[in-house]
Ligand binder design. Structure first.
Ligand code: PHE
Length: 442
C-alpha cells in the first residue's frame, strides 16, 4: 500500500476544511432560504441546529476519518469489522456526493457567467429590469448552461487531479485567504448602504409568522449541507489528518467560521435588497438579480462586482473539490485505479448527470420528477432534506454507540464536554433528525 498523504499543517487542514464547508450553501443558498422563510426565526433555528446537531456530527465525522485513515466506506470497516453493515453509510455518502456535485456544478456555471459579465463591465448603465433579464436569458439557453457546467466541472477536475498536496491543499491555501479578504471588504461596504440596518433586523429579529414545518426542515437540512456533513466529505478530509491531531478545537473553529460567512453573506445581500426595495423572498435567483442591480448603479460597482463573483467562485470551487475527492478517494483505493483515470471517469459521469439540472430551467423546466420538482430541485431537495440528514443520523449513532464513551473521553479531556458530545450523538441529534424527517413526511 502507498503511504497515505497528509495535510502539511494544522492551519492548512483548517483552510481546506473551511474551504469545503464555506460554499454556495453559505453565499447563495442561505440568504435565499432565509428570505423565503421570513428571516429571524429561521436564522435562530438554523443556529441552534448548527450547535446541537451540526457540531457533534462534525466531530464524529472527523474522528471516523482520522482514526481509520481510510476512505468513507472502508472507514466503517476499519473501526467496526470487515463487511460491517455500517459501510452502507459510506455508500449512501457516495450517492449523495454524486447527486450534489451534479447540480452544484450547474450553479457554479452561473457564477462563472456572472464573473465574466462583471469582468466585461456588462452591468454598467443598465436599468434594473435589463439587469434582471440577464438571468432569464441565461436560464433559457440550454447550450450556455451546459457549456458553463462543463467549464466548472473542468476547473474542479483540474484541481482534484493534482492530488492532496499539489491540488486540493495548494489551491485551498490560495483561494481561502483571498476569499476572506474579499468578504471583509464587502461587509464593510455593505455597512455604508442605506439598507444595512433593515438587513440586520430582518436576519436577527424574530417574527414567527412566516415559519412553517417546511421551513424547519429546510433549516435542519441546511445545517448539514452548509457544514458538508452527512455524506463523508469530512470523513474523507479527516482521513488525511495525522492521527495525533486534536479534533475538538478544530471542529468548533470550522463550524464558527462557516456560520460567520453565512451570516455575513446574508447581511451583504439583504443590505442591497433593502436599499433598492427588492423582494427578499425571490428564491434561488436572489443573489443574481439583486446584487447586479446595485453594481449597475454605484460608481465603481463594476469592481465590487468582480470581487463578489470572484469570491463566490472561490468558495464554490473549494467545496466542489471536496465533493469530488470523496468519490475519487474511494474508487481510487478500492479499485486500485490511478488518480487520473478515476478523476476523469467520475467527472465525465458527473457532467452527464448535471445536464439534467442544466436543462431544468429551459427544455426540461416543466418536466417534473415528483410534485412540481424539476431534476434540479429533486437532486437538491432529495440530498439536503433526506440523504444528508439520514447519513448524519447513522454517523451520529455509530459514533455515540459504537465508538462509544471511552474513546470519546480519551479524545476530549474535559469530562463535561465529552458527556455533551456523547449524549448529543447518542440521543439528541438522532432524535432531532428523526423528528424533522417524520414531520416532513406527514
Ligand atoms: N458545504 C458546501 C456549501 O455550503 C456544500 C457541500 C455539501 C460541500 C456537502 C461538500 C459536501 O456550499
Amino acid at each position: 500500500m502507498e503511504k497515505r498523504s497528509h495535510w502539511s499543517s494544522r492551519l492548512s487542514f483548517i483552510l481546506v476544511a473551511i474551504g469545503s464547508a464555506v460554499g454556495l450553501g453559505n453565499i447563495w443558498k442561505f440568504p435565499y432560504i432565509a428570505g423565503e422563510n421570513g428571516g429571524g426565526l429561521f436564522v435562530l433555528i438554523y443556529l441552534i441546529c448548527i450547535m446541537v446537531i451540526g457540531l457533534p456530527i462534525f466531530i464524529a465525522e472527523l474522528y471516523v476519518g482520522q482514526k481509520s485513515q481510510s476512505n468513507l466506506v472502508t472507514a466503517f470497516e476499519v473501526l467496526d469489522k470487515k463487511k460491517s453493515k455500517w459501510a452502507i453509510v459510506g455508500w449512501l455518502g457516495l450517492v449523495s456526493a454524486f447527486l450534489i456535485l451534479s447540480f452544484y456544478s450547474v450553479v457554479g456555471g452561473w457564477i462563472i457567467d456572472y464573473l465574466v459579465k462583471s469582468l466585461t463591465f456588462s452591468f454598467s448603465g443598465k436599468t434594473d429590469s435589463q439587469v434582471q433579464n440577464m438571468m432569464t436569458e441565461l436560464f433559457s439557453s440550454p447550450f450556455k448552461q451546459i457549456g458553463l457546467h462543463l467549464l466548472f466541472m473542468f476547473l474542479t477536475f483540474g484541481i482534484v487531479i493534482g492530488g492532496i498536496a499539489k491540488g486540493i491543499e495548494r489551491w485551498s491555501n490560495i483561494l481561502m485567504p483571498c476569499f476572506f479578504v474579499l468578504l471583509t471588504g464587502l461587509l464593510i461596504y455593505s455597512a455604508t448602504t442605506p439598507g444595512f440596518s433593515q438587513a440586520l433586523s430582518f436576519l436577527f429579529s424574530f417574527n414567527a409568522d412566516k415559519l412553517t414545518a417546511a421551513g424547519v426542515l429546510e433549516a435542519v437540512g441546511h445545517s448539514f449541507f452548509t457544514l458538508s456533513l452527512g455524506m463523508g466529505a469530512i470523513i474523507t478530509y479527516g482521513s488525511y489528518l495525522s492521527p495525533k491531531e486534536n479534533l475538538l478545537g478544530t471542529a468548533v473553529l470550522i463550524g464558527f467560521m462557516d456560520t460567520i460567512v453565512a451570516l455575513s453573506s446574508g447581511i451583504i445581500i439583504f443590505s442591497i435588497v433593502f436599499s433598492y426595495n427588492l423582494d427578499p423572498s425571490s428564491g434561488p435567483t436572489l443573489m443574481f438579480q439583486t446584487l447586479p442591480v446595485l453594481f449597475a448603479k454605484t460608481p465603481g460597482g463594476e469592481y465590487v462586482s468582480i470581487a463578489f463573483f470572484g469570491l463566490v467562485l472561490f468558495a464554490a470551487l473549494t467545496s466542489a473539490i471536496s465533493l469530488l475527492e470523496v468519490m475519487v478517494s474511494y474508487f481510487d483505493e478500492s479499485l486500485n485505479w490511478d488518480r487520473k483515470k478515476t478523476t476523469s471517469i467520475i467527472c465525465i459521469l458527473l457532467f452527464l448527470l448535471g445536464i439534467l439540472s442544466a436543462l431544468s430551467t429551459n427544455i426540461l423546466s416543466t418536466f417534473y420528477v415528483v410534485k412540481k420538482l424539476t431534476f434540479f430541485d429533486t437532486f437538491d431537495q432529495l440530498t439536503s432534506h433526506y440523504a444528508l440528514p439520514l447519513g448524519g443520523l447513522f454517523i451520529s449513532l455509530f459514533f455515540g454507540w459504537k465508538v462509544g464513551a471511552d474513546k470519546i473521553n480519551e479524545m476530549v479531556k474535559n469530562q463535561l464536554i465529552a458527556g455533551v458530545i456523547l449524549w448529543s450523538t447518542r440521543v439528541v441529534a438522532p432524535l432531532a433528525i428523526l423528528a424533522m424527517i417524520i414531520n416532513s413526511i406527514f
